[in-house]
Design a protein around this ligand. Structure first.
Ligand code: UDP
Length: 326
């Protein structure tokens, strides 16, 4: 199949491209390289540099040959930033995405796997979170992703565009070749590893007064190659006529302090953590029930242990001290 991967130069998208190529698909990546890296697009994939919201760029990509399915990763995805500039998030995650859907409609592509997020739930009513639980986002990032999920429902109704919406919990870890490199870095695990490697003096712990056993936020970390694998399964499921929404997490929550402790264990380094105030927009606990993905997609996370997730991230960090170096 020929798959269009938006955001395929980014962290999760690039690993999905790696998996797609490995099993013999043809891949065209559309990425504006604002956060992604040219070097993260493996040889074998075509790279079109452009915006998801640019209809001409989309028409050029669709015009070079039939696109059998789309994987839509391109997004703004920082909770903290979204609280400060909500418009940016609704524009890129919702409005630009609509251009993509309109292009799919115009060019006759009817299958899409969408990168959604645990942030659509907001403060959970019960843990672990199920797909049937209410969605009440605590931040514009989650709200913009939920908005696009909602658009997908109506594009299905009007034009027959079928989708699988994958709600990731906290993506982390690295494949052998590809890892996490953001500028500026805001994510917990890479920041902690920068402290371990001496690139940064300390990591801030955002909030120690949450209603959790140690007062810090609890998240469900899921390995990036397991996420990529779920996309491959979702593609197959769309082919089999399935559609729907699926949580992707390991069902196990770790507090910020526990992740710091884990990184000390895995790296053998001391890691200085500083307690600071809460980051606005952060729910206290996000832990998934992924039973539906396991049951219906046949998803089997292979690197579910937090030590393994942090170990692969550390391995990549040590091998790529300057990230992708661009
Ligand atoms: N976090 C933190 N210090 C940091 C970055 C993140 O304490 O420097 C916390 C954050 O409040 C959240 C968790 O770590 O509870 C994971 O945050 P991250 O930004 O990695 O992912 P998100 O949950 O926002 O997708």
């Amino acid at each position: 199949m020929r798959i269009l991967v938006t955001g395929g130069a980014g962290y999760i998208g690039s690993v999905a491209v790696e998996e797609l190529l490995r099993i013999g698909h043809s891949v065209v990546v559309l990425d504006n390289l604002s956060k992604g890296h040219r070097a993260a697009v493996l040889p074998g994939a075509d790279l079109a540099i452009g915006e998801v919201g640019d209809r001409d760029a989309l028409d050029r990509v669709f015009g070079t040959g039939p696109v059998d399915a789309v994987m839509h990763f391109a997004a703004d995805s920082l909770v903290g930033e979204s609280m400060k500039v909500p418009g940016k998030y609704f524009r890129s995650n919702l409005c630009e995405g609509l251009q993509l859907l309109d292009a799919m409609k115009a060019h006759g592509t009817s299958k899409i796997v969408f990168s959604s997020t645990a942030a659509v739930y907001g403060e959970p009513v019960s843990v672990p979170i199920r797909e049937t639980d209410p969605s009440s986002p605590s931040n514009p990032y989650g709200a913009s992703k939920l908005g696009f999920e909602s658009a997908l429902r109506w594009y299905r109704e009007a034009y027959g565009i079928r989708s699988i919406r994958l709600r990731y919990f906290n993506a982390a870890g690295a494949s052998e070749l590809l890892g996490e490199d953001h500028d500026p870095e805001t994510h917990l695990i890479p920041l902690i590893l920068e402290v371990a490697s001496g690139k940064r003096e300390a990591v801030d712990i955002f909030g120690t007064d949450y209603e959790t056993p140690d007062g810090t936020c609890i998240r469900d970390y899921v390995h990036v190659t397991d996420l990529a694998q779920a996309h491959i399964l979702a593609l197959g499921a769309l082919d089999d006529g399935r559609e729907g929404v699926y949580n992707l997490g390991n069902g196990e929550g770790y507090s910020v302090r526990e992740v710091v402790d884990c990184a000390c264990r895995v790296t053998g380094e001391e890691i200085t953590a500083r307690e600071v105030g809460r980051r606005p927009g952060d729910p206290a606990i996000l832990v998934a029930s992924s039973d539906r993905a396991v049951r219906e997609l046949g998803w089997r996370p292979r690197q579910a242990e937090i030590d393994e997730i942090v170990r692969t991230a550390w391995q990549w960090h040590v091998a790529h001290p300057g990230g992708y170096g661009e």
